[in-house]
Design a protein around this ligand. Sequence first.
Ligand SMILES: Cc1cc2nc3c(=O)[nH]c(=O)nc-3n(C[C@H](O)[C@H](O)[C@H](O)COP(=O)(O)O)c2cc1C
Length: 362
Amino acid sequence: MANWDSLYIYYISGTGNARMSSQWIGEEAAKRGLKTVVQQIDRLENISMPSGNDKPLIGFAFPTHGFNAAPIMLKFIAGFPPGLCREIFLLNTRAGMKLSKIFLPGLSGLALLLPAFMLWLKGYKCIGFRPVDLPSNWISLHPGIKKSVVESIYSKREPQVRKFANKILSGDKVYRGIFSIPVDLLVSPIAAGYYIGGRFFLAKTFIANNKCNNCGICIKECPTSSIRYVNNRPYWKLTCESCMRCMNNCPQRAIETAHGIATLIIILVSAVNTWIFMLLIDTLKISPDAWWWKIGSQFISIAVMITLASLIYIVMHYLMGFRPLSYLVRFTSLTTYPFWRRYRYRREKKDPGKAGNDLTTT
Ligand SMILES: Cc1cc2nc3c(=O)[nH]c(=O)nc-3n(C[C@H](O)[C@H](O)[C@H](O)COP(=O)(O)O)c2cc1C
């Protein structure tokens, strides 16, 4: 039987899915009289840890990014002090969809396995992990999901998360998602590729179009402080994690994914890569079948991609000061068209006092 006297949940959430899941778990804990702290780890600042007198259960909730946990959560876990408690649990939100009446799941990849392993190395025992398929927020890839579908996915998932919370809080072990481990491991090379390359490319696909009125909300809200003003316009740094908070919350709908420019970068990267590879193979007499070349050439591709994307981004950023070029970038972005919805899940924030004893949310 569980004998914790408090629950600490550390969460990161781009668009609210992991936040709501954390809130639900916090509410269930508060109903049981546990001191409950639900805490956002944005910017890795102002994070309170359990004190020496607490006997806490600690949970971590985060979205899945590129078949892995969001990088900011991995950083947080990497720096998490050992010995604060014995047991922890993990929850990752994924890209849930709905086709007609069928609910489709996302795919976790390493999102649960890697954090569980990192925490195990620090002496923590994972007593439960669970993926939760909440609406996909990846609106660089697809238009935001319709409000009615969002509501329907939410109504299906909320009871599941509350059930998970109650099982864990009763001392049961829950390893939901264990059956997908073979597939999760199969996609792990993609997770690695995303972590060392893909996310940096994506960071350089965001732009603020001519509707931007410099309100600064995106800069203030960014969980990784990755947006700043350059030449009087928001500029996305390589540290951006594409959490989608800026794009979904911009009141002017001024933030776009520059699909046209991204396509140009991909074409250029493959041309430059082919040229570099031919040059290296010819001059250094490399055998293209050598195992070390097969691995090394991947790293060269990634380095070329990040360098080219960063250079083109800087040039584009300054050129967008000229109206015709700004329009060109904007109207080659699918996200600018009205049919490309933004993703929002908004629900009245519950009065923490009503939820139970000491539920505190930040
Ligand atoms: C850059 C990016 C990468 C994503 N990668 C995955 C993924 O690999 N697997 C998955 O199931 N969902 C993926 N998603 C979808 C989100 O994990 C999902 O919508 C999640 O519920 C968002 O949670 P949040 O609102 O707390 O940020 C990705 C979303 C983004 C923006």
